[in-house]
Design a protein around this ligand. Structure first.
Ligand code: BV8
Ligand code: ZN
Length: 238
């Protein structure tokens, strides 16, 4: 039996599916991943820019990176990977989709994703904490300022920052309650998101991985489907 047939059998028998996605599910929408080719920006590594220190040191540079990404995403559309997951949720309301992505493409496809790392499309004032949606592309002037005079930042979780409690709680609940986990398009390097797959596998729950390459967690996963999420997820989820 092929890996895909085995994985399709697991999906058919599952009653509570948890899904964890990363930048790889947006790659076929034309959004560069963090650690793959094209994942750099002006020779910076994301870990150097996605930090509070970088923002404090040079808010304009960090905002140029985020404004560039907002522009990319604004011109992008959900791809068949996002659409297959949204259809799964519509067919199986018990499905919980957790994402590390901040691009909002799961919502654009009709999903109700748990956004562990926040969203490019919300701004938060670093001064008074005011948070709100903003889809202005391009955003000018950079860095944007709040009425209180404080600097507005993207409402995303940077390295060294805690994940939002509510979302992390929902993700952990899903990892604990699921009887099947699908991990798609993530290198499994960033914590604590990456630990969700291990938490499911540790309970004996089968994990199906969809990725171009092996990842640190692959050895512990029941089925590893190698290929593009935009091709595999529609086949896996029907
Ligand atoms: C925290 C938002 C503590 C911003 C992001 C242990 C050791 C060392 C460091 C740490 C550690 N534990 C924790 C840390 C620190 C750090 C961390 O994990 N560092 C890593 C680099 C080691 N973690 C944190 O700082 C976290 N916070 O721990 O806080 C704390 C607690 C209490 C109080 C205070 C503090 C915060 C982490 C969140 C950081 N923010 N993003 C933004 O997006 O701008 S992370 C960033 O990486 C993105 O969210 C991204 O989604 C995420 C993970 O990357 P991936 O999604 O996996 O993407 P990647 O490019 O890596 O991989 C793509 C994959 O897709 C590849 O495998 C590729 O093969 C595959 N692929 C490509 N194309 C396709 C495909 N697959 C299928 N189809 C395709 N077509
Ligand atoms: Zn403010």
């Amino acid at each position: 039996m092929s890996g895909l047939e085995e994985a399709r059998g697991l999906v058919a028998r599952a009653e509570r599916i948890a899904v964890l996605t990363g930048a790889g599910v947006s790659a076929e929408s034309g959004i560069p991943t963090f650690r793959g080719p094209g994942g750099l920006w002006r020779n910076f590594r994301p870990e150097e820019l996605a930090t509070p220190e970088a923002f404090r040191a040079d808010p304009r540079l960090v905002w140029e990176w985020y404004d560039w990404r907002r522009g990319l995403v604004a011109a992008a559309r959900p791809n068949p990977a996002h659409e297959a997951l949204a259809r799964l949720e519509a067919r199986r309301p018990s499905t919980v989709l957790v994402t590390q992505n901040v691009d909002g493409l799961h919502e654009a496809a009709g999903s109700r994703a748990v956004e562990l790392h926040g969203s490019l499309w919300r701004l938060r004032c670093a001064g008074c904490g005011d948070v709100g949606p903003d889809r202005t592309v391009p955003l000018r002037p950079l860095p944007p300022r709040c009425a209180c005079g404080g600097l507005r930042r993207p409402d995303v979780v940077w390295f060294g920052e805690a994940l939002p409690e509510a979302e992390l709680g929902r993700a952990l609940d899903a990892a604990r309650a699921c009887d099947l986990m699908i991990v798609a398009g993530t290198s499994g390097l960033v914590q604590p998101a990456a630990s969700l797959a291990g938490a499911a596998a540790a309970r004996g729950v089968p994990v199906v991985e969809v990725n171009l390459e092996e990842t640190p967690g692959s050895a512990g996963f029941a089925v590893r489907l190698r290929g593009r999420a935009g091709e595999i997820l529609p086949q896996l989820l029907g």
